[in-house]
Design a protein around this ligand. Structure first.
Ligand code: THU
Length: 131
């Protein structure tokens, strides 16, 4: 799948975002090595800290369906800036691979590409993963 297609899916799903507090709707599309795509949007809460980001919503869907190997994730938001994953999402993505490509895109579908390891250098990791 090319980056443009993945970004288009992130752009589409962001319409489902529940973001009444910030008004900032984010979409994410996570591509697995099997070629499946799991999308996610941000889900805000009146207790602000309980908000779930689009990226983590997509990861939760994929893991719940039994997929753990990811190639890439596209993130899209209605901004001229490339939408970059927050620190918490970087850590969650890192759990599944520093090599995951992150397409940070803007409203026009233009993107900047970095991998998770570049976005979160010197990350905390426990070397006891057995799964
Ligand atoms: N948000 C995401 O969904 N992903 C990010 O990587 C950055 C922030 C959401 C959280 C909140 O609902 C809104 O964007 C404004 O911060």
């Amino acid at each position: 799948m090319n980056p443009e297609e993945l970004i288009a899916q992130a752009q589409k799903v962001r319409e489902n975002a529940y973001a009444p507090y910030s008004g900032f709707k984010v979409g994410a599309a996570l591509l697995t090595v099997k070629g499946n795509v799991y999308t996610g949007c941000n889900i805000e809460n009146s207790s602000y800290g309980l908000t779930v980001c689009a990226e983590r919503a997509a990861v939760a869907k994929a893991i719940s369906e039994g997929e753990r190997q990811f190639e890439a994730i596209a993130i899209n938001a209605p901004t001229g800036n490339y939408c970059s994953p927050c620190g918490a999402c970087r850590q969650v993505l890192l759990e599944f691979g520093a090599g995951i490509e992150v397409y940070m895109s803007n409203d026009q579908g233009e993107y900047k590409l970095m991998n998770v390891g570049e976005l979160l250098p010197a990350a905390f990791e426990l070397k006891v993963k057995d799964e």
